[in-house]
Design a protein around this ligand. Sequence first.
Ligand code: GTP
Ligand code: MG
Length: 196
Amino acid sequence: NPFRNAQYLISAHHLRDLPPDGGAEAAFAGRSNAGKSSALNTICDQQGLARTSKTPGRTQQLVVFPLDDAHRLIDLPGYGYAKVPENLRLHWRGLIDTYLRTREALKGLVLIMDVRHPLREFDQQMLEYAVATGREVHCLLTKADKLSRSEGMRTLLAVRKELQARAPQASAQLFSSLAKTGVDEARAVLAGWLGL
Ligand code: GTP
Ligand code: MG
C-alpha cells in the first residue's frame, strides 16, 4: 500500500505555498464535515495523519501529504460551512477555485459526500467544474455505516444514474472510514490516477 508512506508536509494558505507544480496529486474535496480528512486517513491507514473533528470547518488550508518525491494527496477545506467567517470562506473559495483550475499536477478529484446527503448544490458545482475541465472524479459516498446495505446500494445506484447524466466521467462507490469498507476500491482508483 503506497499510501502508507504519506507524511504531512505543509498547510498552504496561498497557492504559492504549495510544492512546485510537478509530479501527480489527487485532492479530497467535499462539503464541510463530510468526512474528507477521515477518508484520507483511512486510505493511508494512519489515523492521526490529517486532522479530523466533529465540528465542521476543521481543515482550514490546502494540506499537503506527499507519498514520495513525485506523488501527493491534498486535503481541501470543506465548502458550504456558514459559520466560517465570510472573508475566510471567500478566501478558501478563491484558493480552491484557482487550485482546481490551474494545478497541472492535479490528476483527479476525490469528491467526498455523506451517503445520507449526496449531490448537494456545492457537489454539483464541483462536478460541473470537473466536466468543464475534463478532470477525473471519483465519488466516495462515505459514512456508509450509517445506512443498511440495501439503503446504501439504493443510494449508490441513484447517484450513479445522476452522474451518468451530469458528469459521465465520474465514478462512485460506497465507503466508510469507521467500518473500513470500500478502502481497497478507493486506493485502486487513486493509484491508477497517480500511476502508482
Ligand atoms: P472539514 O475539514 O471540517 O471540512 O471536515 P471533513 O470533511 O474533513 O470531515 P472529518 O473527516 O473531520 O469528519 C467529520 C466527522 O465525521 C467526524 O466526527 C468523523 O468522526 C465523522 N466521520 C468521518 N467519516 C466517517 C464514517 O465513515 N462513518 C461515521 N460514522 N462517521 C464518520
Ligand atoms: Mg477536514
